[in-house]
Structures are given as structure tokens and as C-alpha cells.
Design a protein around this ligand. Structure first.
Ligand SMILES: [Zn+2]
Ligand SMILES: [Zn+2]
Length: 362
């Protein structure tokens, strides 16, 4: 439990982070501020591991090891960046846990992970790639503030908490020809249109009537040009794929690519594929959820179990593939503006319940 002085220090830190929003992958000043806060206020061993911070509470060798993770990046906005996802709050909350750890003997080692670049999906992957200790954790916990739910409530879901998603690009190259003789060339427009229309049927084939989410959002269908004398020779279809299960997305990608390749063979076209912004599903470990529910209830925290996973994605999915654990939400208020919207701002009133929730998991 934070005393008033500690809470004020955390709120002050949150305001400092808010005032220097930095985009994914360029969180230099944010890292400096977090590092100097931890060094000034705690005895944790703080390491900069190349773009992210690891703060360790070590009691000895051979003890169980648990991890807690926060993100820190802001969103790009015209003219700069802004904290419209509350990652300034998440980092401050984890610093609150750092203060609460001071002087405690828990019979375990605790690692606080301050990762960068959540919004691009790159930051958690960097933690996976640069810290072998992740795989030794017996549990990893992370949270996100979530508008639309009672303020300070703890939002828990068994299984998938947030969807997998990715951007998928199908690029088709053909050959130009005089518009009077399109047969002399190879025009990709019809194939790209057929492909765009075929995707809903592919999704039905994968789901076979199951109610889980698998969806495609057309982002761009770009082909040909403005010269009415030339038959189109190249084009691409950009789609965002999203679902409760990464395996479903993988199956959908396989179908889309097979369709495109078969069409290209028939029509003398060539195709290439690209994935962008890949986020796996953020899925909690069943045993970790059961344990956490017991502890949250024992601590008297108001727990709400969610029926549906969040549609958005979270790069914590990469961490939860390497270590068992749980991702959960802290309600930011029923009427709070949505994440990533202009009116959004992290509410400091969430710091106390969020630190209490993390403390309950220690
Ligand atoms: Zn976000
Ligand atoms: Zn976020």
C-alpha cells in the first residue's frame, strides 16, 4: 500500500511522463525519467537493456520469479505525439509497485519490465529477444486501463483477453498493355476484386459456425492508374485481419495467399505478400487467472469478469507466449473517452486500485 508521500511522487512522475510523450521506438527521455525515478526512490537493481528497463527485486537464488510489465510509448498525432492510450499511467503504476516493494521479503524475486514500443508490436518482441530470464518466470502480469467500465474495477477474462491482429498485403504484378489490347498484357484488377470478395467465405469455412471472432477489414484496394490508354499492370489489397485466435488468422492468411497464387498462375500474374503490425492474441494462462481471481477477491478488489475479449490488440501477447501469466484491465470509468481518441487522458485515480491489484499478485 502506498502512503500519501509515495502516491504523490507517483502522480508527479505520471505528469512528467505525460508532458514528454514519445513515439514508439524513440522513448529516450521517458526511459531516462523512469530510470532516475527508480534509482532515486528504490533499491531495485535497474538495467537499461537496450531500449527498455528491467528493475529487479532479488531475494536470492532458486526462488520463484515473477514479472510485472508496463508500456511507455505515446501515439503519433499531427505535429508530434500524445499519451492517448494511458501508457504514461501504466509506467507510473509499475513505479508505484516498485515503491511498494521496498523493504518487503516475499520469498521470491520480482522483475519489473518497462517496455517501449507497444503500439507497433515491436517492444514486447524486443524483451523476448533480449532477456532470457523471461522464460524462467513462473508468472507474468500486465494491465491496461480500459474506458467504458466502472472506475477502479479489475477486469478479468479467462483465455483470450485481447484479439490477435495483423496487416496483410497482397501485391500483384502483371504487364501493361494498350487499353485497346488488354489481352497483350496481364491485368491484376479482376483478381484483386475476386480475392476481396472471397474473404468472407474463407472466414465462414474456418469458423464453421463457431461464434468466436475472426474478421477482415478492407483497408485499401489500390490498382492501376489514371491513364485511360493503359491497362492496369499492378495493384495491391491491404486488409487488417483480427480474431480471438492466432491460429484462425494463420489459416485465413494461408487461404488468401493460396487464392492469390492460383489466380496469378491462371492469368499470368505474379504475387508477393507482406505482414505488418503483427500482434498475437493476448491470452492468459488458466491457472494464473484462477490464482489471481482468488487474490483479487481476498484483497477486496471489485472484480468484473468480461464476457468478450477486447477487439483491440496488445503486444503483451508476445510475452505471454514466453511465460505463463495474466493480462487484465482496470476500469477507467463508464463515461471516460475511449483509448486513442482526442479527448482521452489517463485518470490518476486509477493508480491506487491498479497498484493494489499488482500488489495482490506479489
Ligand atoms: Zn494503444
Ligand atoms: Zn495501450
Amino acid at each position: 500500500m502506498l502512503d500519501e508521500r509515495q502516491l504523490n511522487a507517483v502522480i508527479d512522475l505520471r505528469h512528467q511522463l505525460h508532458a514528454c510523450p514519445e513515439r514508439s521506438g524513440s522513448e529516450r527521455r521517458t526511459l531516462e525519467r523512469l530510470r532516475s525515478f527508480l534509482e532515486a526512490h528504490t533499491s531495485l537493481r535497474v538495467q537499461d537493456r537496450g531500449g527498455w528497463l528491467l528493475a529487479a527485486h532479488i531475494e536470492g537464488e532458486g526462488l520463484p520469479e515473477v514479472g510485472f510489465r508496463a508500456d511507455m510509448d505515446a501515439l503519433p498525432v499531427p505535429g508530434g505525439a500524445a499519451h492517448r492510450c494511458g501508457h504514461d499511467g501504466h509506467s507510473a503504476i509499475l513505479c508505484g509497485l516498485a515503491l511498494a516493494l521496498e523493504g518487503r521479503q516475499l520469498g521470491k524475486n520480482v522483475y519489473l519490465i518497462f517496455q517501449a514500443a507497444e503500439e507497433t508490436g515491436e517492444g514486447a518482441k524486443r524483451v523476448v529477444d533480449t532477456w532470457p530470464g523471461l522464460r524462467a518466470l513462473s508468472a507474468l502480469y500486465a494491465l491496461h486501463n480500459i474506458p467504458g467500465h466502472p472506475k477502479g474495477s479489475v477486469l478479468v477474462r479467462r483465455g483470450c483477453f485481447a484479439c490477435a491482429s495483423c496487416g496483410h498485403v497482397v501485391r500483384v504484378e502483371g504487364r501493361p498493355a494498350h487499353a485497346a489490347y488488354p489481352g497483350d498484357g496481364a491485368n491484376p484488377v479482376a483478381l484483386l476484386c475476386r480475392l476481396a470478395l472471397a474473404v468472407p467465405g474463407m472466414i465462414d469455412d474456418i469458423l464453421k459456425g463457431d461464434g468466436r471472432l475472426l474478421m477482415r477489414t478492407p483497408i485499401g484496394l489500390i490498382a492501376g492508374g489514371e491513364d485511360f490508354g493503359i491497362s492496369a499492370a499492378s495493384g495491391r489489397l491491404n486488409q487488417t485481419l483480427r480474431g480471438h485466435r492466432q491460429a484462425d488468422i494463420d489459416a485465413l492468411i494461408a487461404k488468401i495467399e493460396a487464392f492469390a497464387e492460383a489466380g496469378c498462375r491462371e492469368e499470368g500474374l505474379r504475387c508477393a505478400f507482406e505482414l505488418r503490425d503483427v500482434f498475437p492474441d493476448t491470452t492468459s494462462d488458466g491457472a494464473a487467472v484462477d490464482r489471481a481471481l482468488d487474490r483479487f477477491r481476498a484483497a477486496g478488489l471489485p472484480v468484473v469478469t468480461l464476457n468478450e475479449p477486447m477487439r483491440w490488440s496488445e503486444d503483451c501477447g508476445w510475452l505471454l507466449r514466453a511465460a505463463p501469466g495474466m493480462f487484465f484491465g482496470i476500469g477507467a470509468g463508464e463515461d471516460a473517452p475511449g483509448l486513442h481518441t482526442e479527448g482521452y487522458a489517463f485518470d490518476d485515480a486509477l493508480i491506487v486500485p491498479a497498484v493494489r491489484a499488482f500488489e495482490a499478485l506479489l
